[in-house]
Design a protein around this ligand. Sequence first.
Ligand SMILES: C[S@@+](CC[C@H](N)C(=O)[O-])C[C@H]1O[C@@H](n2cnc3c(N)ncnc32)[C@H](O)[C@@H]1O
Ligand code: SF4
Length: 379
Amino acid sequence: MAGIYIHFPFCKKKCNYCNFFSVVSSKYRNLFVDALLKEIILQKDYLENETIQTIYFGGGTPSLLNKNEINKIFDQLNKYFRIDKNAEITLEVNPDNLTQIYVNEIKYSPVNRISIGIQSFLNEELKYLGRIHDAEQSLNSLKYLQDEGFENISIDLIYGIPSEKNNHTTNWEKNLETAFTSNIPHISAYSLTVEPNTILDSLINKGKYEPVDEHTSAEHFEILMKSMREHNYIHYEISNFCKEGFYSKHNSNYWLQKKYLGLGPSAHSYNKISRQWNIASISKYIDSLNNKTVPFEKEILSETTKYNEYILTSLRTIWGCDINFIKSNFDKIFYQLLLKESEKYFQNNFLFFKGNKIFLTDSGKLFADKISSDLFIEE
Ligand SMILES: C[S@@+](CC[C@H](N)C(=O)[O-])C[C@H]1O[C@@H](n2cnc3c(N)ncnc32)[C@H](O)[C@@H]1O
Ligand code: SF4
């Protein structure tokens, strides 16, 4: 059981907050797909013939791929990998380039799950984020997808956005209400992070944009958890909520330590022994593949790194941190240290035990990163 991630590194415009690897220039646009097809061949043995259960086209803006390119990529994947006939195949799409015609084309491609970058249903917030779509395009694109019969739809929302006009809490409640009335079975909600060297970082530093504050984000996260519960969504990972049966299989596999192969510039791969990441440069990626070499760096995972990664990911999920797994996969000192370091978090009600597993409480979820880093073990 394994997954494939394909990184499409082109966007029409760089959003204010984004530091994912993507470029606006389309200089290498056509050469990129050819290079990707070459990488598929060179990486055919990475997953050791395991059946592929999930494929995820992420970016960047993979909905800039046309139907012929999507089909070409699938033909190549089918030629070199064993893909389960019920595989979950996700395409990340942006509302600004989702026409009714495109939706119809992808409905007749192998894509069976859509993740759409709505971010906000409010124009004021979309402007703050530097998105090129507006609220009307967001609603239209959801309508096109639902009219075409796509059921497995996920939307991305961002909270913690400061507001000049309204009470920021009202804005966030309005966004959630629109998501609920739109009947969306999967919602990913991320706290706005001001990443260094982004447009947002510079606008805030120059005093042109209101800064993001962590109290607002925490307040929004509490509203998020409460309203998701009221609307019967399962909170299965810190930032992810779904109706029963609509878990993202691809992302769940990351959190459950399953193997995956990442294709395209900057994409990461993991095979339980090592992690590797492709070069974050499109021209170097293409040059290297023209010379029949995948350009990547690699880290062999030490026992400590594997343990820290397990703590970080497992605590974020509904599946929790399994004590028996730790006992049987790591030196016994790891288990002893975990019990010792986590004690204060049990006492202040940030962690709880159920059976053999440790979980974050709702209050603990607000501090998930801090708690897991406190439980990490140094090399
Ligand atoms: C890799 S992005 C690509 C999605 C797609 N290109 C789009 O923008 O619609 C995946 C998601 O991460 C979230 N994201 C990216 N940067 C973020 C940031 N600085 N703070 C919060 N969320 C962020 C956004 O919700 C975004 O949709
Ligand atoms: S958020 Fe999405 S569309 Fe915006 S720059 Fe990043 S990858 Fe591109």
